[in-house]
Structure formats: structure tokens, C-alpha cells
Write a new protein. Sequence first.
Length: 306
Amino acid sequence: MVASLAGMLEELGHPVDVAENGRTALERLERSDPPGIALLDMDLPTPTGVEVVWELSRRRERSPAWLVLMSRIAGKDRLRAALECGCDDFMALPADAMDLKLRIRVAERVREVLRHAQMQEAELHYQSTHDGLTGLWNREALLRLLFQETDRVQRMKTDLSLMLMDLDEFSRVNHEYGYEAGDEVLSGLANRFRRQLRSYDLIGRCGEDEFLLALPGCGRENAVALADRIRMSILVRPFAVGNAATTLTASFGIASSRGRSPLVVLREAERAVQAAKQAGKNCVRCSTAMEALPIVPPSVMAERAG
């Protein structure tokens, strides 16, 4: 029976991988690259085909394989067992070549529709959580992640710093070079951020020229040092604006989470940014809720000494 079915599939142009028992079939279906379609005999030994489908169907992330149960024995009990375990199709044995071809064609079309729907869902999710210009998290998505990160900070008693960055006089770029040039600057700035941050740092665009960073495991001193590196990367490398280039500066505000509400900590970071603006811009300030305020990074002191 197995040889006959494998021969039919090969004649239809499908590669065949035969599993001798249910355990082997389950192992192959659990791989990262499972077969697209699995034909499982209901009476497979250890475990049965029904048990294999049960195991795959009960998981949160269902197997991407199209699961077809087969049986030599007809009857309502067999059909009921197939339906209840969560298979995608049921086929009586012995198999008919035309019937097999039709079922596989239907399975391939359904899988293609599902794949397309999943791609659309992923694209919609991305668009709803990311800024369309920079590809960074948008404000709403970043705040949700901040609440999750704050829960972790409360459990683990670890550091979490928020860094708010506001470009200084960004409106000048839009006014002198146009909004398209301004978009190029913001996209370039996002790329500079990515080169400075760790893979688990969070960054989002919160306004036209305002960005919020969440730095897990990062205390005040390290957050200030990182802010200063980012500040210098903005200052010393001009941004391309069409055929020209322009130099920008940025003001930074830093606040420590200490497991408090992200909304409270964010307001503290906003006040710190305002303090940086009032101090002459192009500098880093920490929230008044933190000790030793304000902090002037070493590079700022060197610039002033120069």
C-alpha cells in the first residue's frame, strides 16, 4: 500500500519521504522545514495517525503542513475521529490516482491562500506598529513594549533608562531644503541609531523630530555616555539633503525607570529635554528625580574648553 501510494505521488511530480511509524512522522513534522502535505495512516503504530494530528493541532503554533488522515476502514466513527483531532482532509484507502491528484491540488491552493493571508496579516501588523518613514517603532507600539519591559524590571530588579532625543531646529531643514530632504535626514538618523544600539534596546519615533529609546540593563551613567555618543554622531557627520549637506544637533533627556509607570518616567524625560534646550541645546540632561543633576558628558566639557 505504501509503495503504491508513493508511486502515485512520484508520477504526479511530488517528492516522497516515507515514515515507518508515527514517532518518525511526528519528528519530521516538528522540524523547522516540515513537508507541505502529510498523508498519515490512521493506524500508524506508536503513535497512531490520529494521535500525531492531535499532538500537532493542540499546540499554539499549528504545524504548517496540510494533514490528511487515511483509513482502509470506512465508517462514521473513523470520520468523527478524523474531524475531532483537527486534520485538514480525510481519504479512504486504497487511494485512487485521480482522487489523490485532486486532493493535493486543493491542498496546494488552500495553503497558498493561507500563506498570502499570513503575509498580509504580518504586513498590516508591521504597518500598525512601525513608523512608515524610519521603520522604527511608533509611539503606541513602543509604549506597549515599555509596559512589558517595566514588568520585567519590577520582577528582576534591573536597570532601565529612558532616553528622549529631540533634534534642535529641525524645522530649518524643512524650510530651507524641503520636506523630502527632511525625510531623508530622519531616515539617515534612524540608521545611525541602529549602529549605536544593542539588539534588545527599544527605539521609536514619537514625533516629527523626537525619538524615544528604552535601554534595558542600562543605568544612568551608561545612558548618559550612550546619549553623548549619539549626540556626537549627529554633530560631527553632516546629513545629505539632496545635493547639499547640513549639520544638526540634538538635545537629550534621560530618566530612570526604577519599575515605575512608563508614562511617569516619560514625563520626567520630557522635562529633562526641556532642561537641555534651556541650557543651550546640543547637550544631555537627566531628570530632576535622579541624583547629581545636571550631568555634563566629558565630550561636552572638552568642547567648552576648546
